[in-house]
Design a binder for this molecule. Structure first.
Ligand code: DAH
Length: 355
């Protein structure tokens, strides 16, 4: 009896199974040999052509091949399943020795912090916070502040105009006029108005086309220059340290009369002269003055009955001085490396003495 066909099939299977590397090819191989039309099944079908004497031995040989192939396939199945499991476990391994993920805490923007500090101070003195519009009319931005259309002082504030009568406000002073108008000639008015302002400046270390201002306005009966001076002196001490003094220099603003520029004694050199105060011992921090009677009148207040003082300061400049920041653009580029430096000041302590 010739059983060479049987061993050929077994050898072919043994070769083929060696190259199988995945479940799908193993399944295909199983069908190729053990399936209904498979090679081993084909060998069984040969039985009917054999003589009675040959049949048992042939049958036994085929059975042997079949059980060989079956067990090799089973082994291979188990091996493949184990490999897959191991690969998955490896992939999902958790390295418990790795450091955990930390939460990154944000910190308030130094400009927001400065504005809040200034607000807190004035709220403590009984001021309210008033808000206006960043897109403003020519009337409130200029005319109501004693700056008629042809006024040369308009040139001091290069503006972004949308149309002849609408522009991005160049200062927070229009909020003065709006607030007074809303009060319908009845004092007292005691407000500060923080907000963004815009000017057609070319951006450099000390100029930005967008920056912030805080306007202050007090209108009541019997308001004098001494009220202005006392308020701003207290403010200087609060923001820049208890030893600060202020100095008023005559100046000009169309909306105040008289007008003053307010300087503080230098907090760095205490008046001796340094780079912060440009060797003068004094640092200019804001513009101020007694509200011009025309401004009171236009907003519906009787200048014979009421008087007031106003001031306008730049939190950008104040924050730059307070925290030793040299470039105003740092406030607006939102580089976390810059902002995160202010985390340590979270306690709200007075920083000016440590500059
Ligand atoms: N509005 C002025 C500016 O932007 C600042 C200012 C000066 C505001 C004097 C005032 C003031 O209220 O009294 O340059």
């Amino acid at each position: 009896m010739d059983t060479s066909g049987i061993s050929e099939i077994q050898n072919a299977f043994d070769d083929a199974v060696k190259t199988v590397a995945d479940k799908k090819s193993l399944q295909d191989l199983k069908i190729e040999y053990l399936g209904k039309k498979g090679k081993v099944t084909g060998l069984m079908k040969e039985m009917k052509n054999l003589s009675n004497e040959d049949r048992p031995a042939y049958g036994a040989a085929v059975n042997e091949v079949r059980s060989h192939i079956t067990s090799v396939i089973e082994e291979k199945e188990t091996a493949l399943a184990n490999e897959a499991l191991e690969a998955r476990l490896k992939e999902e391994t958790i390295d418990v020795s790795l450091p955990g993920r930390t939460f990154r805490l944000g910190s308030p923007h130094p400009l927001s912090r400065t504005i809040e500090d200034i607000e807190d101070f004035f709220i403590g003195l009984g001021y309210e916070i008033a808000e206006g519009y960043e897109v403003e009319t020519d009337y409130f931005n200029f005319e109501a502040l004693n700056l008629p259309k042809s006024h040369p002082a308009r040139d001091m504030q290069d503006s972004f105009y949308f149309s002849e009568d609408i522009l991005l406000r160049t200062h927070t002073s229009p909020v003065q006029a709006r607030t007074m108008q809303a009060r319908k000639g009845q004092g007292p008015v005691k407000v500060i108005c923080p907000g963004k302002v815009y000017r057609r400046d070319s951006d450099d270390a000390t100029h930005s086309h967008q920056f912030t201002q805080i306007e202050g306005l007090v209108v009541d009966r019997n308001i004098h220059m001494s009220d202005l001076k006392g308020t701003l002196e207290l403010f200087a001490k609060e923001m820049f340290g208890p030893d600060r003094e202020i100095r008023l220099r005559p100046s000009y603003f169309p909306f105040t009369e008289p007008s003053v520029e307010v300087d503080i004694s230098c907090f760095k050199c205490k008046g001796a002269g340094c780079n912060v105060c440009k060797r003068s011992g004094w640092i200019e921090i804001l513009g101020s003055g007694m509200v011009h009677p025309n401004v009171l009148e236009m907003a519906g207040f009787d200048p014979d009955e009421y008087s007031g003082f106003a001031f306008g300061m730049g939190p950008d400049r104040i924050a730059m001085l307070k925290y030793g920041i040299e470039d105003i653009r740092n406030f607006y580029t939102n580089d976390l490396r810059f902002i995160n430096q202010f985390k340590a000041m979270e306690d709200g302590g007075d920083q000016s003495e440590s500059i």
